[in-house]
Design a protein around this ligand. Structure first.
Ligand code: HEC
Ligand code: HEC
Length: 402
């Protein structure tokens, strides 16, 4: 089976094609005739972020609202969103693992294994491109179609079952009330466009801002970091380690966009993880941006993921091929990974497409421990049990939040 990371939207049926053609933006229920008046601004949404922490950029055609976020959360946790009703988005994006799944490759509803590791949905509202290595996917609403309808691999397995899904949703009393509240201007709001809009709004609400690092950096609490963490921070932000060049800024990634962005950064890098037979190649099906563009220099180029909550999201890298953060540091210290034998044998440090920022460095054991301590300061424990992001269906049965 060949996995194509390029969004195969055209193969995804007419709805997806519709989205691509831009019909998405205009489907607010308006008819023909003069341009519809701009709808009144919905009740303002409060991201509740500390001062200085940027807000996500919200698409003009999908404003945030309390009801829409709540609907999106319901959908995110709803197994009716898979063909065989065994999985929801949360099956691979588990809150207690910072919305990842602990696996090297995501396991789909029909048993197919994804070639890449599931990614956190924390702070995805800030990403300029989505998924590990696809410059073409830039909106959450569009990305959600991939797990829902994708067939390479099958994740939620709803290809050809759009009507089945909508029928299921219409039968649920919670949705009967929530869809009209979330999309008040529409006569028949239970539509696929609105399903992905609501999910996108929920995802934009999932923001991590309560780590020790945030208390130190935004909260002015100089004691929030231990001495070891402060030493690790200085190493992380040093020209010796170079981490911050690709994992810098408030989101610890260089592919970010936010409400105050004046330009959009989209960056992809080859970190020398593979060098099959000395050719520079990465394993077939996981060759990074090259899979999308077929441009040789895009070989092995991936997006630098956020390092927020990184202690919780093992195994690491796009294919989960590094088990621990200590080994990730070894990979960078060596200026690329060497695989001695087997089908993936090769010396990553001599990969011709490797980023010039990956040059290797020497760390003492103490320094390494300091960097690891700093990375642990990026973990936001409050997020892992925050009721705003938790499974609402379970909260119903536990008599919890509305
Ligand atoms: C079978 C497991 C699985 C399911 C189910 C799943 N995902 Fe994912 N998710 C993944 C994997 C694997 C990736 C990385 C995909 C890639 O790089 O091609 C990912 C990536 C993402 C990303 C990109 C994050 C980033 O940092 O760029 C978002 C957003 C996302 N998923 C949202 C969702 C939503 C919404 C749903 C439900 C509609 C969902 N996922 C269902 C496994 C899953
Ligand atoms: C040239 C840009 C670049 C530099 C410099 C860099 N990284 Fe990365 N980092 C990336 C990319 C790209 C990936 C994903 C690579 C892949 O999966 O093939 C990544 C992946 C990671 C991951 C795994 C993330 C996950 O979700 O699986 C960790 C942890 C990490 N880097 C930490 C560091 C640290 C610590 C440093 C400094 C020693 C560093 N990085 C330097 C670009 C960079």
């Amino acid at each position: 089976m060949k996995y194509l990371p390029l969004l195969p939207l055209a193969a995804r049926g007419s709805f997806a094609a519709l989205l691509l053609l831009g019909a998405f933006a205009g489907c607010g229920g308006e008819g023909e005739g003069p341009p519809a008046p701009v709808p009144p601004a919905p009740a303002t949404w409060d991201f509740g972020l500390p001062a200085g922490y940027p807000k996500p950029k919200v698409p003009a055609d999908n404003p945030m609202s309390v009801d829409k976020v709540e609907l999106g959360r319901r959908l995110f946790y709803d197994k009716r969103l898979s063909g065989n009703e065994t999985q929801s988005c949360a099956s691979c994006h588990d809150q207690k693992l910072a919305f990842t799944d602990g696996r090297a490759g995501g396991l789909g509803s029909t048993g197919e294994v994804h070639p890449r590791s599931s990614m956190s949905i924390v702070n995805v509202g800030y990403l300029s491109t989505l998924t590990w290595a696809n410059p073409l996917i830039t909106e959450l609403e569009e990305q959600a179609l991939l797990p829902l309808f994708g067939e390479t691999p099958v994740e939620l397995g709803l290809a050809g079952k759009e009507d089945v899904l909508l029928e299921r949703l219409r039968k649920e009393p919670v949705y009967e009330a929530l869809f009209p509240k979330a999309f008040p201007d529409e006569a028949d709001p239970v539509r696929l466009e609105n399903v992905v809009r609501a999910i996108g709004a929920f995802e934009r609400s999932v923001i991590s801002y309560q780590s020790a690092w945030d208390r130190y950096n935004y909260g002015g609490d100089s004691k929030a970091l231990s001495e070891a963490q402060k030493r690790g921070k200085d190493l992380f932000f040093s020209e010796k380690l170079e981490c911050f060049h690709c994992h810098g800024g408030f989101n610890f990634s260089d592919s970010v966009v936010h409400d105050g962005s004046t330009f959009t950064e989209t960056m992809f890098h080859n970190t020398g993880l593979y060098n099959l037979g000395g050719t520079g190649a990465y394993p077939e099906g996981n060759r990074g941006v090259y899979e999308v563009t077929s441009v040789t220099t895009d070989m092995g180029r991936f997006r630098a993921p956020t390092l927020r909550n990184i202690t919780l999201t093992a195994p690491y890298m796009h294919d989960g091929s590094i088990a621990t953060l200590s080994e990730v540091l070894d990979h960078y210290a060596a200026g690329g990974r060497t695989i001695a034998d087997g089908p993936y044998a090769g010396v990553g440090s001599t990969n011709p497409y490797k980023s010039e920022l990956i040059n290797g460095f020497v760390l003492t054991e103490d320094e390494k421990a300091d960097v690891l301590a700093f990375l642990a300061a990026l973990t936001d424990d409050a997020l892992l049990t925050d009721p705003r992001f938790a499974d609402p269906w379970k909260q119903d049965s536990a008599g919890g939040m509305p």
